[in-house]
Design a protein around this ligand. Structure first.
Ligand code: FAD
Length: 428
């Protein structure tokens, strides 16, 4: 850590010369600042800590806790207690990194300053942007008050995931509705996984005979990747689940137990579905401070998301800025599995830029890899792996479009091990 700016890399120096005449004051300076100490931030910081001889890397992260969010589906289905998905942030922070325990309020990429909510200004030469995705609970009218009460639940939150399992157990039959929104979300398969597990749980107790299950999704197909789509269509038919496509949840009326959907493609048309149990996958967007910054796309389909090159992960306007994880404006599914493939690419390219190179054809390239472990019941899983263009990208020597017990075990034990012991330590 320095209280003065270190000599900047060539590109950094050029940008400074072009910047404002009087440099704004800073409270502290780090050569590399990582915004967010979640999956992407910690994985990247760990790799930088290993690769650099004298790392001066700071991670800005306000939370005392670090979550393995993929486990929340299993928490919602009663397989694991929620505590199993959480460790202290201190325990995952790479030893070579400085932890700045605060929240970023704003980023000025021209001045190379990150302003914290506590008021401090942190200068940087290089920036890694990884603050994840923002959950917009308030974008569905009535949801913030209804959540966690009277049959309304969601696995998209640590505490609510546990409540979800309570509500699955309390359900005595009637209308069970599971939603999936029109915005990009983290783990697009999760809204279905919890539905298949709930179906299975209700079959075990006999409640399923008295229940009707609806999957109300803003999407127009059950899953975007061929091969897996067919498998999931068969699962939905076998389980007698009623899909309703192009249905986007806009309001919950807890007093009458109705969910209101706008029908996409049919201007002004809304549909009311009664519910006794309602699992909500909420709308999401890039964090507000990213949307407001010069680092975000200002228009187009990716408006608001971090403007990075889809292969190099370097910012398209600021060569000393890189991004990874859910915040990145990349045309692929937002998952931790994607982060695992992005992190080594980002680090290699950042190191190249730090050594004064321009990223050309020899740059490391991310191919859009993402994966979705689709639980289709207790003891069954399909592993969807794909890259840009929804092209299948299998990494295992077996047909993972089939429901398998071995894949279920991978989800329960293999992937969490990989996460805590290898990925966050910069080893995988
Ligand atoms: P996160 O891991 O969310 O980290 C973002 C960090 O940034 C957080 O620690 C946050 O506190 C911090 N932050 C936020 N704002 C600021 C700020 N202003 N300043 C500083 N720090 C800030 N992925 C899979 O691969 N497989 C799965 O099966 C899977 N299932 C999932 C199921 C559920 C229910 C959920 C919720 C997610 C699932 N995911 C899954 C997705 C996976 O967890 C995310 O894609 C992954 O965590 C993204 O990493 P990230 O670093 O971008 O964001």
């Amino acid at each position: 850590m320095n209280t003065q700016a270190t000599p900047a890399a060539p590109e950094a120096a050029t940008a400074r010369r072009q910047g404002p005449a009087a440099a704004p004051s800073i409270d502290v300076h780090h050569q590399i600042v990582v915004v967010g100490g979640g999956t992407a931030g910690i994985t990247v910081a760990a790799r930088l800590g290993k690769a650099l001889k004298h790392p001066d890397v700071a991670v800005v992260e306000p939370s005392e806790a670090h979550y393995y969010q993929p486990m929340w589906t299993l928490v919602g289905a009663g397989v694991f207690p929620k505590e199993r998905s959480m460790r202290s942030e201190a325990s995952v922070m790479p030893r070579q990194a400085t932890w700045i325990k605060d929240r970023v309020a704003a980023i000025d990429p021209d001045a190379r300053i990150v302003t914290l909510e506590g008021g401090k200004r942190v200068g940087y030469d290089y920036l890694v942007v990884a603050p994840g995705i923002q959950i917009d609970w308030g974008a569905v009218k009535g949801l913030p008050d209804a959540l966690g009460t009277d049959g309304v639940c969601s696995i998209y939150d640590y505490r609510q995931a546990e409540r979800t399992w309570q509500m699955i157990q309390d359900f005595e039959g009637g209308e069970a509705v599971f939603t999936s929104p029109s915005t990009p979300i983290k783990c697009g398969g999760a809204p279905q996984k919890i539905m298949y597990l709930a179906d299975d749980a209700w079959r075990k107790t006999g409640v399923r005979k008295r229940a009707r299950l609806t999957f109300a999704t803003a999407g127009s197909v059950i899953f975007g990747v061929k091969g897996f789509r067919e498998t999931l269509q068969r699962v939905v038919e076998r389980k007698d689940i009623h899909p309703r496509f192009k249905h986007d949840l806009i309001e919950i009326r807890p007093e009458t137990k109705e969910a209101v959907f706008r029908v996409l493609g049919e201007e002004g048309k809304t549909v009311l579905l009664p519910y006794d149990f309602l699992h909500v996958s909420p709308p999401m967007s890039a964090p507000d401070f990213i949307k407001r910054s010069k680092l975000a796309y200002q228009e187009g389909d990716l408006k608001g998301w971090l403007k990075v090159d889809k292969h190099t992960l370097q910012h398209l306007d600021y060569p000393n800025v890189f991004g990874a994880g859910d915040v990145a404006g990349l045309p692929t599914a937002k998952t931790g599995a994607a982060v695992r493939k992005q992190a080594p690419v980002l680090v290699r390219n950042l190191l190249a830029v730090m050594s004064g190179k321009r990223l050309g054809s020899e740059a490391a390239a991310y191919d859009g890899y993402s994966s979705c472990p689709l639980l289709t019941g207790y003891g069954k899983m399909v592993l969807a792996e794909f890259a840009y263009g929804n092209e299948p990208a299998p990494s295992l020597p077996i047909d993972t479009t089939k429901e398998r017990y071995s894949m279920y075990l991978l989800k329960l034990y293999g992937l969490p091990f990989l996460y805590w012991n290898l990925m966050l330590k910069g080893r995988a």
